[in-house]
Design a protein around this ligand. Structure first.
Ligand code: WQD
Length: 337
């Protein structure tokens, strides 16, 4: 089977690409390096030359000549669309950058796929589409009310895909990620703490590496167990396994479907800090700061639809996530990825 992976140099797209190559899939990867890491591409080309082809291209550039040319000569079975900027915080500061990068690139991609008769699309969506839900755990048919620009771009893309599937041009599965953390079991692809990340786990790791003195805890007055933000953290290995289940599911599927990829449990900021300290034996100094624009109090999944229809459920726990996230960085200290 041949898969197109957009954002193949990124944390999620790169981890999926690595596992797909290990499982014998042929992969065409595309990335603009706006967020992805060149080391990941170098690793794939060195170790999977026969089954990995890379295209450096900005999908938000409507011409996208390289991808068009590539798809003229080969048949893609499924496109896994991971490319996109993904920081809630940054999206509030740069809304138009997020609309152009995330939405324009998807319109261009769908036009190219349509011209190349690629029907099957798996989309990297996000739990941020739900916004600040006051009912938990969250089901896929809950209200869609994003409170961040990042979430709004994911809602717009889901709607575009839903409309495109109604036109019978595409069959689409949207996977709503909750909070992916940790590293692939072989520790070769991981979320870099070096490129000024916004997400909590790489920020914790920056303190562990002494790159930052203290972790800022954004808000302690939320209506949660301990006043700090509550999220559904999911191990990247479990998230990626959910994609392979979706690849299997979409083969015989027609139409548009959405699945939550989460564990169904919530963890607060303070709880994940304590877990990281205990598992890795490292003190994470922290201080309290104001709430961050675009943040919500609580967000965790009801994953029963994915459990039942995809035959998928998360297997790894928070200890695994904290251990693997830190181990990958320790194993790759020379690679400032
Ligand atoms: C988590 C919690 C912060 C940094 C993520 C992804 C997004 C999407 C949804 C996939 C919040 C707190 C953070 C810090 C902190 N996933 N925090 N100090 O905002 O839930 O969004 O999940 O699509 O792509 O970004 O994740 O890790 O930024 O924040 O206190 O330095 O940690 O306030 O409560 P978020 P996050």
């Amino acid at each position: 089977m041949r898969i197109l992976v957009t954002g193949c140099a990124g944390y999620i797209g790169g981890t999926f690409t690595f596992e797909a190559l290990k499982r014998g899939f042929k992969v065409i990867g595309i990335d603009s390096f706006i967020n992805g890491k060149k080391n990941n591409i170098k690793f794939f080309l060195e170790n999977y030359r026969e089954s990995f082809k890379f295209i450096e291209e900005d999908l938000s550039d409507y011409k996208a000549e390289k991808l068009k040319k590539e798809l003229d000569s080969i048949k893609i079975d499924v496109a896994v669309h991971c490319a996109g900027l993904k920081s809630v915080d940054e999206s509030e500061k740069e809304p138009l950058l997020y609309w152009k990068n995330n939405v324009d690139s998807t319109i261009n991609l769908l036009n190219i796929l349509s011209n190349s008769n690629v029907r099957k699309v798996i989309f990297s969506s996000s739990a941020t589409v739900y916004g600040d839900s006051d009912i938990h755990p969250i089901l896929e048919d809950f209200g869609i009310e994003p409170v961040s620009t990042y979430g709004s771009t994911k809602v717009a893309i889901e709607q575009m895909l839903k409309d495109s599937s109604r036109s019978k041009k595409f069959d689409v599965v949207s996977l709503r990620y909750f909070n992916p953390v940790g590293s692939h079991k072989e520790m070769k692809v991981y979320e870099s703490p070096y490129s000024m990340p916004n997400n909590l786990m790489p920020r914790i790791i920056r303190v562990a590496l002494k790159l930052d003195q203290k972790l800022q805890i954004y808000g302690t007055d939320y209506d949660t167990r301990d006043g700090t933000g509550e999220r559904d953290y999911i191990h990247i290995d479990d998230l990626v396994e959910g994609h392979f289940k979706a690849v299997e599911y979409i083969k015989d599927f027609k139409g548009y479907e959405v699945f939550n990829l989460g564990t169904g449990t919530s963890i607060t900021v303070k709880e994940i800090i304590s877990c990281f300290e205990e598992v890795n034996g490292i003190k994470i100094s922290h201080e309290y700061a104001d709430r961050r624009p675009g943040d919500i109090a609580k967000c965790y999944a009801d994953p029963s639809k994915a459990n039942n229809l995809l035959g998928w459920s998360a297997q790894k726990n928070l200890e695994d996530m904290c251990r693997d996230a830190w181990k990958a960085i320790k194993n790759n200290l020379n690679d400032a990825k």
